[in-house]
Design a protein around this ligand. Sequence first.
Ligand SMILES: [Cu+2]
Length: 149
Amino acid sequence: MIRFLLTAMLATTSLSAVAAEPAATVRELNRGPGQDETFAYDPAIIRIPVGGSVRFEPTDKGHNVTPIQSLWPAGAPPVTVPFNAEGTVTFERPGVYPVQCTPHAGLGMVALIVVGDADLAAFVPRVSSASGLAPKAKAKLSALAGAAG
Ligand SMILES: [Cu+2]
């Protein structure tokens, strides 16, 4: 029995090493992806497994990635990708991670990274009552979480 468990553990370990997924890409855009849409992350909502990574690509210049503090998972380390830089971020804990572009958050340039089986339904009411969030950012987060939840 012990021998079997050990073998299973080894198999699991090597499997997870082999199965490491490439980072999902989120583009930073001045226009699009939708018609008449400006200043957006694309995609604006992305699901990754625990331990998965997101690569933020500065497709257009003048954007960055910062946490939306009022909705950030408690105790999670902040995520920051500087202006005009590519950055790959790994998420080690399940949760809903909302990010914004500093100059364009007021125009709705926000995104949600959903890690593992995080509860999006529970996230929606938190958005409604969040303080210090621009109306367009709030509307976009609600739409993203609501549509995906
Ligand atoms: Cu921006």
